[in-house]
Design a protein around this ligand. Structure first.
Ligand code: XMP
Length: 513
């Protein structure tokens, strides 16, 4: 059984980072809302309380009852977590006067404390707090201070409970990962054995016992997440998994055939559905971006539902939801960070239970798992592609002819990125987060041979990013852009002008619609 650390989320923006750091230590953790501690889970070996936008003395502040945890499992409180542990045990927390934000250095009273093993004297840490602990509980002692913070780190006497006012999870806390390692490995006894291979073994075993002999349906999109989920499930339950891949006619050039081929080579049981007629008919004349999205979403559910109902004994709907997709639902303060794009809306009366085997993984971990499962590299390194496909890259109404023009231009651009090896040996395709071509609703005058032309303009878009929340336009080499522009204008009938989009996100978005 995989041991795990539970991170209780009190709503801080850096809670996810705590998780990220623990994964980098190859220890497994789960982030759960502050009031959802899994009391019945015997695999939990330690608990971290995150920061929070609230003050402990706010009426609305999130409070947690640690009965059943305290005394049984080691606890580390970070920022608000430290303040809460202090305040709820007779200590005192007050507004700091001015919010303390930025670098500080630790001065130790007890340098041999196990939480700070190998941490250097004056180690730089990162502070970000509006409140400060003015008194720790009577049965606790201060381990370290900074110039402005008296109780920067403290421990309850004879108890495995620590509080740190700073944020060990952020990059600027130089020994932060070491402090988290000391807690997780030395204090909690975590094994540092989380690897893609161990994830596959445990998940396959869990899926086998969860699903037994049940039939499962999974919607494939051609993207990394749903593909990895499918291969993982296939390993667990084989032919009891049926995958459905809907072609809405708005995929990239030859993508449906290529991806179907890949899936078949991977031994997946896939039903490919060409539903493009329906999508084109319903989208005819529609120009408004949100209406396009709604029609595609609705049609997709209808087509998927029709196919899924043919599998009358299906009990489960599997999805390739990954951890960042769920940030919105985990975000307990109610602020939307990112909306969840995955297919979700199947009719309730189908009575399918949801199975999401990748729900705790970050994107790079999904890729590691995919590689470990032996999936081909081109499937694993695929750029993200929007669910509504080329529909959101054709400004204005959608016709088969426009899709054909865009597919051809896009194919030249994407293939060009794959073929161009940069000076550091990496392909441009692997260097950019996402790329595509946008068909603009303008025509312009050009000249080809002796002919005057009046044809379409396209925009190339390529961005660098780590999570699609922010993005910069990719600084592609001029020689590359010259070649792509030339190839598109010469080979794609209907296009006589190529532009490059040099807008970053924000304020622009990655897609044009
Ligand atoms: P934006 O355009 O919002 O895109 O900067 C951020 C990321 O999300 C993708 N995207 C979508 N994905 N359905 C999807 O499944 C959509 O409606 C959609 N809109 C944008 C976009 O390609 C980028 O990766």
């Amino acid at each position: 059984m995989t041991q795990k650390i539970i991170i209780l989320d009190f709503g801080s923006q850096t809670t996810q980072l705590i998780g990220r750091r623990l994964r980098e230590l190859n220890t497994y953790c789960e982030i759960v809302p502050y009031n959802k501690f899994p009391h019945d889970d015997p695999t939990v070996i330690g608990v971290i309380l995150s920061g929070s936008p609230f003050s402990v003395y706010d009426e609305k502040a999130f409070k947690v009852d640690l009965t059943g945890i305290r005394g049984r499992l080691p606890i580390l409180g970070i920022c608000y977590g430290a303040q809460f542990l202090s305040w709820s045990n007779g200590g005192n927390v007050e507004p700091a006067g001015t919010r303390e934000y930025g670098r500080a250095n630790l001065d130790f009273f007890e340098h041999d404390n196990p939480l700070f093993k190998n941490v250097s004297e004056h180690s730089q840490v990162w502070m970000s707090h509006g409140d400060t602990i003015t008194a720790i509980p009577a049965n606790a002692r201060t381990i370290a201070s900074t110039a402005k913070v008296k109780h920067a780190a403290y421990q309850f006497n004879d108890e495995a409970i620590w509080g740190v006012q700073f944020h060990p999870e952020v990059f600027h806390s130089v020994d932060g990962t070491l402090i988290l390692r000391n807690f997780v490995v030395d204090i909690c006894g975590g094994k540092q054995d989380w690897s893609a291979a161990s994830f596959i073994d445990t998940t396959v075993a869990e899926l086998k016992s969860q699903l037994g002999n049940d039939r499962v349906i999974l919607g494939l999109s051609g993207g990394v997440d749903s593909s990895v989920a499918a291969v993982l499930l296939n390993r667990a339950i084989g032919k009891n998994l049926t995958c459905i891949f809907v072609d809405h006619g708005l995929l990239r050039k030859n993508e449906f055939q290529n991806v179907m081929h890949d899936y078949e080579c991977l031994g997946l049981n896939v039903i490919g559905v060409d539903a493009s007629e329906k999508f084109f008919a319903d989208l005819a004349g529609v120009t408004e971006p949100e209406r396009k999205r709604k029609i595609i979403g609705r049609d997709f559910v209808e087509v998927f539902d029709t196919e899924a109902r043919k599998i009358t004994d299906a009990r489960w709907l599997a999805q390739g939801t990954i951890y960042p997709d769920r940030i919105e639902s985990l975000n307990i303060t109610g602020k939307t960070i990112k909306s969840h794009h995955n297919v979700g809306g199947l009719p309730k009366e189908m009575n399918l239970q949801l199975c999401e085997p990748l729900k705790w993984l970050f994107k790079d971990e999904v890729r590691r798992v995919g590689r470990e499962l032996g999936m081909p590299e081109h499937l694993i390194t695929r750029h993200p592609f929007p669910g509504p496909g080329l529909a959101v890259r054709i400004l204005g109404d959608i016709t088969r002819e426009k899709v054909r023009i865009l597919q051809n231009a896009d194919d030249i651009f994407i293939q060009g990125l794959r073929d161009w090896v940069d000076t550091d040996g990496e392909t441009l395709y692997n260097k950019v987060w996402q790329a595509g071509v946008i068909l603009l609703p303008v025509q312009s005058v050009g000249v080809m041979g002796d002919e005057r032309t009046y044809e379409r303009a396209v925009a190339l878009r390529a961005v660098t990013s780590t999570d699609a929340m922010t993005a910069d336009w990719a600084h592609l080499p001029y020689e590359f852009m010259a070649k792509v522009s030339n190839d598109i204008i010469n080979k794609v009938k209907g296009v006589n002008r190529v532009c490059y989009d040099i807008s970053s996100k924000p304020p622009a978005t990655i897609e044009w619609e």
